[in-house]
Design a protein around this ligand. Sequence first.
Ligand code: BG6
Length: 486
Amino acid sequence: MSKSNVEPHLIVVFGATGDLFHRKLLPALFRLVKRRAEPVPYRILGVARRGDLDDASFRMLCAKALESAGVAESDSARAPFLAALDYQTLQDGVEDSYRSLAERIDALETAHRLPHNRIFYLALPPQAFPATIAGLGAVGLNRSAGFTRLVIEKPFGRDLATARELNALVHTAFEEPQVYRIDHYLGKETVQNLFVFRFANALFEPIWNRDRIEHVQITVSEELGVESRAGYYEQAGALRDMVQNHLTQLLCLTAMEPPAQFEADAIRNEKVKVLRSIAPISEDDVVFGQYTPGNVDGAQVRGYLGETGVAPESKTETFVALKLAVSNWRWQGVPFYLRTGKRMPKRLSQITVSFRCPPVSMFQPFNTCVLSSNQLVITVQPDEGFDLVFEVKAPGDSMTMRSQRMQYRYHEHFETLPDGYETLLRDVIVGDQTLFVRADEVEKSWELFTPVLERARAVHGYAAGSWGPAAAERLVVSEDHRWVQR
Ligand code: BG6
């Protein structure tokens, strides 16, 4: 994550009338530009199918999006930012349309004296990736006299075969060092802090292994249901939507070996090694669930089958819990439990490392170590921070113990945490691939989960507002463990 100087550049965003651009990318670009200590020449060219927009009406749309993101009209950075936005219509799969795009890019670079540093951001539904990548390649927009970078949103493929196909297509036009595959979890400040936590503090490394750690849990729960995204979610489900990418990244950063250097490929090599060490996932080690009507935060909510756009007999999972074995010297025999779901009691992303019990339990109450072993709880969101859970003597005559927490909370020490997209966009602009997923990494992850997706499965109901189906409890209890949040 080097902070090298920002060079003048042009960002071309495909999908510029879409939700991702307006809700996330535009506000993040605005904040990035505003925070720069020195102004750097840049332009942002929005590209979409809509033919009824021009530069002026596009800027008006963007002004509204900034307003919704809380940017005040009186903000002096707003007007110059809006003036740096342009719009270009593009027809899918039409080569002439890409030629016009190339001409527009040249014209903008000439008019604004920009060197040919270009970033193409595909904020598009995945079915539009192939035609766009092919279109860029066909008219030579994959190369320039400056740098050319391609940013691809998730999902990257829907299984191993499609991910390989997409990688092959990307590589017909772009070299891997030009490619930035997004997993927005890697942009989260607390996720990046896992590097610092593990590799800048000598305290934890000697105990970060099978000798001292009993098991690891990774939970990413959401209160929200499928909302208005049934069209996408029905085809995806929780395993594709969350586990293959976000939870797997959290797992890799928790389990990886220290890289030789803090450098993109050294880090990504270590993550790939973790993925290669994970044993095939057996059928008994996966639990799928789907929310039924229930109560979240005091409000009665519909079940998944009652959501708009969901097929009445849908078997799409909105919850997954699974047990993984990272079979290497560091982790052999330490179960990693991953769990994610929609319509759970609260929004929480947390990694819990449970340490082994003392070899002899000599205090009251006896034999309760499994329930109160020392834990390190890393909260990725919300209320970002760490807790160290340990035993103390409860005051009084008898020698009884209580679990207590030593806490560190970001908000008590730092004012704001930057948004993940701001971090990721900054890294694309400076050419740092550390927080982006490499081709082999995405394939390794699909290699692990594709067999699970292809197997016949039972999908257990769980009431909205609960921590998932009972079968997910059994998954951990069978190993004498229990979910920390339950
Ligand atoms: C997205 C998924 O990648 O991540 C969504 O498609 C999910 O279904 C979202 O809600 C969660 O992200 P965050 O940052 O809110 O935890």
